[in-house]
Ligand binder design. Structure first.
Ligand code: PLP
Length: 472
């Protein structure tokens, strides 16, 4: 065993902090919200992660989403290995990119074309630039608590790590950039209507998570996404639906698919994609009778199968505003990287209905068990769930009023989550290290792994009940 393997997480964290700001390459990993020391992960397999100290945890983070099939899925690893021996990056087109674009479009039929990038941040940033290029307008509307990555204009009142740290936005974002983003309360129909009445002609796009999951999981109220669609259409703005987190995770057609009752039956529904007429007819047919269809979708996480890959997609008319066809510039040295493309393609191929049925069932079992335990322990909380995604908001306010927006998410008792988190961790269950993040399960979470989670709940709930707010 190497010397490194014998070092404790504490020692490794201290060394990392010397070399990397905060010891991490993405803030939420630093455990700022829950306290304690992050685990330095050595390896992961199925529903488990193992740290450098040799502790094995049932993982409910799943790499923040990508590990839909479980960690180190053998077929995905094999696909990457087969690809790696042929070259790591070419900076030139590959057939696999066209195949991945087809696989995405087959599940998201409003996406006639797809542009691949490396991160969700790039996908939403490009979507915004594209919307501005298409409409010739400047203003963007986003919702408080929604996270769309860390590009300047989208950081205002963002969820995820920004919410965890209680930041209003970020230093380094100019007032001029911030002034082009209008932030509204989520699920507030009237606020959106009023904003469009006042400034509708200047709004390029409304960007919204299909189902917000970065302030904890906060599903849209019935009709809210449709309301965004109706207003954007009326005023000539674009609707950007961010499925970076939910896409291909909560179902083959993301949360949009769940809302529209659209469930692709692959491969039976697939046209011959090389025949352009057949393809156009297929797209039109698929989009019939749907409740709403956004203009631009953004994807990430699952489509890279654990490798850096993200994308945006939309109609050919909109997408061909991107360079080299159109005037909206976008590029990337590693965009469509062969290894990431191979991992994404294999992941989508394996993500059949049984995968979604299993993840939804596991999420239901765990979230119900949490509700039951909380009742028994008399701990007030609210569990929000959207397909296989869920999160837990501790506190009387969430329990009584529900959580439908960022203000209500902020009313959660984070000190109880902190205690709950550590009590679960002591029993080798790894939860997201913040009450503002979704819990992720995978198809590899078998009954044994689920059983371990369930049996850890009673004492963790007890810890949450006994917790005291030290900030008071
Ligand atoms: N959009 C959503 C909805 C996300 O959840 C995230 C990341 O969590 C992003 C965009 C940014 O993606 P990335 O971290 O790959 O830049």
């Amino acid at each position: 065993m190497s010397k490194q393997a014998n070092q404790s997480d504490k020692e490794l964290f201290a060394q990392a902090r010397e070399m990397i700001p905060g010891g991490v390459n993405s803030p939420v990993r630093a455990y700022g919200s829950v306290g304690g020391t992050p685990h330095f992960i050595k390896e992961a397999f199925g529903p488990y992660v193992r740290d450098e100290e040799g502790n094995t945890f049932v993982d409910l983070v799943c790499s923040w989403g990508p590990a839909l099939l479980g960690h180190s899925c053998p077929q995905v690893v094999q696909a990457v290995q087969d690809c790696a021996v042929k070259g790591l990056s070419f900076g030139a087109p590959t057939v696999a990119e066209t195949k991945l674009a087809q696989a995405i479009t087959a599940r998201m039929p409003s996406c006639e074309q797809v542009r691949m990038v490396s991160t969700g941040t790039e996908a939403t940033m490009t979507a915004i630039r594209l919307a501005r290029g298409v409409t010739g307008r400047d203003l963007i509307v986003k919702f408080a608590g929604c996270y769309h990555g860390h590009s300047d204009g989208l950081l205002a009142a963002a969820g995820s790590g920004v919410a965890t740290q209680g930041l209003p936005g970020s230093a380094g974002v100019t007032a001029a950039v911030a002034s082009e983003t209008i932030v509204l309360p989520y699920n507030d129909f009237d606020a959106l209507t009023k904003t469009f009445k006042l400034k509708g002609e200047q709004i390029a796009a409304v960007i919204c998570e299909s189902c917000p999951a970065n302030m904890g999981v906060v599903p849209p109220l019935p009709g809210f996404n449709q309301h965004i669609r109706a207003l954007t259409r009326k005023y000539g703005a674009l609707m950007i639906t961010d499925e970076v987190l939910t896409g291909f995770r909560v179902g083959p057609s993301g949360y949009w698919g769940l809302q529209n009752d659209y469930w692709v039956d692959l491969p039976a529904k697939l046209p011959d994609f090389s025949d352009e007429d057949a393809r156009a007819a297929w797209h039109a047919q698929q989009l019939k009778n749907l409740d709403f269809v956004p203009d631009i979708f953004t994807f990430g996480k699952v489509i890279g199968g654990g490798m850096p890959l993200a994308a945006l997609g939309g109609s050919r008319e909109i997408m061909e505003h991107l360079s080299p066809v159109g005037p909206v510039y976008q590029a990337g040295t590693l965009s469509g990287n062969p290894l990431a493309t191979a991992a994404g393609l294999k992941t989508l191929e394996l993500a059949d209905h049984s995968v979604y049925a299993r993840t939804a069932a596991v999420a239901e079992v765990i979230s119900r068990a949490i509700e039951q335990e909380s009742e028994q322990a008399e701990v007030a909380l609210k569990v929000n769930r959207a397909g296989s995604l869920f999160s837990v908001f501790f506190g009387q306010q969430p329990a009584e009023h529900g959580v439908h927006n960022f203000e209500q998410a902020n009313a959660q008792e984070t000190f109880r989550y902190r205690a709950f988190f550590h009590a679960m961790e002591e029993q080798n269950i790894a939860l997201p290290p913040s009450g503002f993040e979704a819990w992720f399960v995978s198809a590899a979470h078998d009954d044994r792994a689920v059983g371990r989670i369930l049996s850890a709940l009673p004492s963790a709930m007890e810890a949450a009940r006994e917790a005291e707010d030290e900030d008071r």
